[in-house]
Design a protein. Structure first.
Length: 449
């Protein structure tokens, strides 16, 4: 539902936006949701530095790499388990309730980190447990977020909306780590995680307001048996959920994108562990430089993501494979002993290349999945992907201890380039096979006519 009459964005403000983004702000629900999403993105942006830095601070001597890998994995991996264990109940909930529930859990458990630190009881095991608990509904919350966007907006505006939301995430990597690096010189990173908790409390509050506004109409439509078109559309029942998963299995293109993204995220995982240790061990620098790496990556990703949103369509496989190869190449100079200035430039370029990836992937899923099954399919997607990065991150701890940060970063880059080459070969083979099938079937058609 458009809600154009609720609150019209001032014409002067919309004229400052690129044309592709102006129609988005005619939708009142989108305008309400975007600032809250941006706040939670900023909190997570600070946690990019804070979670890793706090793990290094509280780790026993000689165990920083292991605890760092465990903490980063705990911050994401349990979301995959949550998608499987709680699917029977959560797939019945509207998208807004899923997003609100995830935000509340994150607000409470992340908020316990600074409290435990201040009380002097933040043992490494407790730290990992709190991070793990905070991420248990992440797959469903992420699915709820993009399902809300699909229900709020018409199909021709979804790519721009996905690009804007993913660019908000990228922008948070510009501001969040830089802010965290600056604040970490004055306060403990535990308090930065507390700010992340507050940002999720704000998101839960705002989504609750959105749900409350639409609840009355939603209930009436459900009682009448009519369609629910609000952002908080009716939940998916169990039969439709199973059919949605079956639909995903029958979509080779979606499965191909999912497989490529899984391996992409898996190979990125070790780099996430190696980069902080590269800063501390190889460059003998502090949290400020780590924040600068992520900030420059975010600058590139914002520019790349916004450029993606201004376009209507992408050639799917050439773009995605180019993104994968470009990111891998950006990591190779770390292993060559390049200076910090050079690797900072590479990280910026890597962000620029990566920028369109998230928006492109989600738009494809939104376009190819029936609306009634979208939340479940996106949750299955998130669950699969949530196993990739954390598994790679957990592997990154012992690999970094064995090989050193520079070699792990370079190995991650080379393996990612190999993934892109293998994906390109498979894509070319599938196109040749499809073309051959069309040629073989060509002479038969006239005989049938």
């Amino acid at each position: 539902m458009n809600h154009e009459s609720d609150l019209v964005t001032p014409a002067r403000t919309t004229r400052l936006l690129p044309p592709a983004y102006r129609p988005l702000f005619a939708h009142a629900d989108f305008r309400r949701l975007l600032p809250a999403l941006a706040a939670s993105d900023l909190g997570d942006g600070m946690s990019v530095v804070a979670v890793a830095w706090l793990a290094i601070e509280i780790a026993p001597p000689g165990r920083s790499g292991m605890l760092l890998g465990a903490a980063l994995a705990a911050y994401a991996l349990p979301g995959a388990a949550g998608a499987l264990l709680f699917g029977r109940w959560l797939r019945r909930l509207p998208a807004a309730k899923l997003l609100a529930a995830d935000s509340r859990i994150r607000a409470v458990l992340l908020g316990c980190v600074p409290l435990a630190w201040a009380a002097g009881v933040l043992h490494p095991a407790l730290y990992v447990a709190l991070l793990a608990g905070s991420s248990v509904l992440h797959a469903w919350g992420n699915a709820g977020k993009y399902s809300l966007l699909a229900r709020i907006l018409p199909p021709d505006q979804r790519l721009a909306a996905n690009a804007l939301v993913s660019s908000s995430t990228s922008a948070s990597i510009v501001i969040g780590p830089a802010l965290a690096g600056f604040l970490a010189a004055a306060i403990s990173p535990a308090w930065l995680i507390g700010l992340d908790a507050l940002s999720f409390a704000l998101l839960a509050f705002q989504v609750g307001r959105l749900r409350g506004k639409a609840a009355g109409k939603e209930e009436k439509e459900e009682e009448a048996g009519g369609p629910v078109t609000e952002a908080t559309a009716a939940p998916v029942d169990a039969d439709r959920s199973a059919a949605g998963l079956h639909l995903l299995r029958k979509q080779p293109e979606l499965l191909g994108v999912l497989a490529l993204t899984w391996f992409f995220n898996f190979l990125y995982g070790p780099a996430e562990v190696a980069l902080p240790l590269h800063v501390t061990d190889d460059l003998h620098a502090g949290a400020g430089l780590l924040g600068l790496y992520w900030a420059l990556f975010g600058v590139g990703a914002v520019l790349g993501g916004l450029a993606a949103g201004a376009l209507r369509r992408f050639p799917l496989w050439p773009v995605t494979l180019g993104i994968v190869a470009g990111w891998g190449l950006a990591l190779v100079p770390f292993g060559l002993g390049a200076s910090a200035a050079v690797t900072l430039a590479c990280f910026t370029l890597g962000g620029l290349v990566y920028g369109p990836f998230t928006a492109l992937s989600y738009t494809l899923f939104q376009e190819r999945t029936p609306a009634a099954w979208l939340t479940t399919v996106l949750a299955a997607r998130s669950a699969a992907l949530l196993t990739a990065g954390p598994v790679g991150t957990a592997l990154g701890g012992p690999l970094t201890a064995l090989l050193g940060p520079r070699r792990v970063l370079a190995a991650s880059g080379v393996a990612t380039v190999v993934l892109a080459v293998a994906g390109a070969a498979l894509w070319a083979w599938s196109r040749r096979r499809a073309a051959s099938s069309r040629r073989l079937s060509g002479p038969v058609a006239p005989a049938d006519g």
